[in-house]
Design a protein around this ligand. Structure first.
Ligand SMILES: Nc1ncnc2c1ncn2[C@@H]1O[C@H](COP(=O)(O)OP(=O)(O)OP(=O)(O)O)[C@@H](O)[C@H]1O
Ligand SMILES: O=P(O)(O)OC[C@H]1O[C@H](OP(=O)(O)OP(=O)(O)O)[C@H](O)[C@@H]1O
Ligand SMILES: O=C(O)c1cccnc1
Length: 471
């Protein structure tokens, strides 16, 4: 997304700047560091996460610089002149390795790794987490909906319910996850995604009667006529009026595209409406449903209730990632000047992994995702054999004979993005190709089978040695 501001350096937490100034004056200015990004749990109690937001993050990173007025502002906050001179010329100049956007990722594995001076790695933390966590949360929600909607299209209706300007990132992420279009026009322009729309109740209410409202709308938008039929009485008035207008359109060689149901029992109403449309010879008129939909309601409508719904409009739950308020992705230090670093914790699940790493996706004999292995970056693929649970080392498994694919690829080299730009729809195609390799048991909503992510023997040894040193 083209950054709205030219300079995004202040889009960081204050403590990042404090630490950066600290490093600058305590002799660590040129120290190098490696950080990695991962999340601890998959959202929605699900079995996977769709990684999204990379391209947006890289675009903002390119503008992660400080204007003269930013520098003046920081001067007022008490930062020192020499450090401010450094910030004046700041531009991230390190390397970033990352999974591809749209990749299916799992809890506890590095999704992205940043190398550079410790100052630059630290300064970009908040920007990185802000964009990647949110887009991944929404893309995952959208993909869960896609899994149950199948070939039925769904549109992002969420702008009005989204968390402020986060709607722009959200709309992009919904397309990555599988929405076919958005009602958010600015997102459409910025990200090159299809926009679409129907009509509001206010349109119908503004006319003396529903039939007139439908007629005027159909005349104004004959190529995209979708009529909202639930303003007064769906089956007694809305659908019959839509049928009348559809017949009038036929006499002008036009076709009513769809009706939209936005309240009531969507299964019952859609089946009744379908019958009425079909009886009138309007088999081609589609039925769109909206109203607080989510993956569970859609699954119930389609799989349990045989609802006659062809497409969905989804707002609140999609763009807010309801019922998870956030993805818990974190960014942790793994190495300084080539020396491994880790965080110990009373809570064993919060212990971090030291060293530069690579993640290998290991495939079973049929070519499906089987295990992921977190290894040291310099380990050879063919040396990977036993892998261990990252938290409970007495649980282990074997990946020696699996074919493997390294997931972290260089995407930023010496500060410059080197990946080809893709549209959200293209990223969705990549997601589909990866999802086809993820066994179904990881995709179910209730108690999904946990995908195993393990650490290599060498990484475990490196961590154990460091733990001893830190005792
Ligand atoms: N057949 C169905 N099966 C499961 N859930 C449904 C079905 N039909 C509708 N829903 C869901 O039930 C909820 C109905 O919301 P609510 O009780 O507010 O009714 P409403 O139709 O919106 O009423 P109102 O007339 O006030 O707009 C929505 O979240 C909707 O997605
Ligand atoms: O329910 P959501 O998944 O959040 O989808 C968005 C909702 O926003 C609109 O309603 P709203 O009452 O805002 O306006 P309207 O008068 O156009 O129906 C639309 O009709 C949907 O019901
Ligand atoms: O186009 C629509 O029907 C629409 C757009 C946003 C929110 N609700 C509905």
């Amino acid at each position: 997304m083209p950054a709205i501001l030219e300079n995004w350096g202040l889009y960081t937490d204050f403590y990042e700047l404090f630490m950066a100034q600290g490093y600058y004056f305590c002799g660590k200015k040129d120290d190098t560091a490696t950080f990695y990004y991962f999340f601890r749990t998959n959202p929605y109690k699900g079995g996977f996460t769709v990684f999204a937001g990379l391209q947006d993050f890289l675009e903002f990173l390119n503008n992660f610089t400080f204007s003269n007025s930013d520098i003046q502002y920081l001067k007022k906050q008490g930062f020192k002149n020499e450090f401010l001179d450094y910030l004046k010329n700041f531009h991230f100049s390190g390397n970033i390795m990352s999974m591809q956007e749209g990749e299916i990722a799992f809890a506890n594995e590095p999704v992205l790794q940043v190398e550079g001076t410790i100052i630059e790695c630290q300064l970009i933390e908040s920007l990185l987490l802000n964009i990647l966590n949110f887009e991944s949360l929404v893309a995952t929600k959208a993909f869960r909906i896609k899994l149950v909607a199948g070939d039925r299209m769904f549109t992002d209706f969420g702008l009005r319910r989204a968390q402020g300007l986060g709607a722009l990132h959200a709309s992009r992420a919904t397309i990555i996850g599988g929405a076919s279009s958005t009602s958010n026009v600015l997102a459409g322009k910025l990200f090159d995604i299809p926009v679409s729309g129907t009509q509001a109740h206010s349109w119908i209410q503004s006319f003396d009667n529903e039939l007139e409202a439908f007629r005027v709308y159909a005349r104004a938008h004959p190529e995209n006529a979708i009529l909202l039929v639930d303003t007064y009485d769906t089956l007694k008035m809305g659908v019959p009026n839509a049928i009348k207008v559809a017949k009038e359109m036929e006499s002008r060689n036009e076709k009513l595209k769809a009706i939209r149901l936005d309240s009531g029992d969507l299964a019952y109403l859609s089946k009744r409406a379908r019958k009425m449309l079909d009886t009138a010879g309007l088999e081609y008129v589609k039925i769109i449903a909206s109203n607080q939909l989510n993956e569970h309601v859609i699954k119930s409508l389609l799989k349990d209730q045989n609802a006659a719904i062809d497409a969905f409009g989804i707002g609140t739950e999609l763009v807010t990632g309801k019922s998870d308020a956030a993805l818990d992705g974190v960014y942790k230090l793994a190495e300084v000047n080539g020396q491994p670093k880790m965080k110990k914790s009373e809570n064993i699940e919060k212990v971090t992994l030291p060293c530069k790493k690579q993640v290998y996706r290991c495939f079973d004999e049929e070519g499906f995702f089987y295990r992921d292995t977190i290894a040291l970056a310099n380990e050879k693929e063919n040396e990977l054999g036993l892998i261990f649970h990252p938290v409970y080392p007495n649980r282990f498994t074997y990946v020696k004979n699996c074919s493997k694919q390294p997931l972290l690829q260089l995407v930023v080299k010496n500060g410059k993005a080197i990946t080809a730009q893709k549209t959200p729809a293209e990223i969705h195609q990549f997601l589909l190709s990866r999802s086809a390799l993820l066994p179904d048991e990881h995709k179910r909503f209730i108690s999904p089978h946990i995908y195993k992510v393990g650490i290599s023997e060498k990484l475990m040894k490196a961590r154990n040695e460091l733990v001893k040193k830190l005792e």
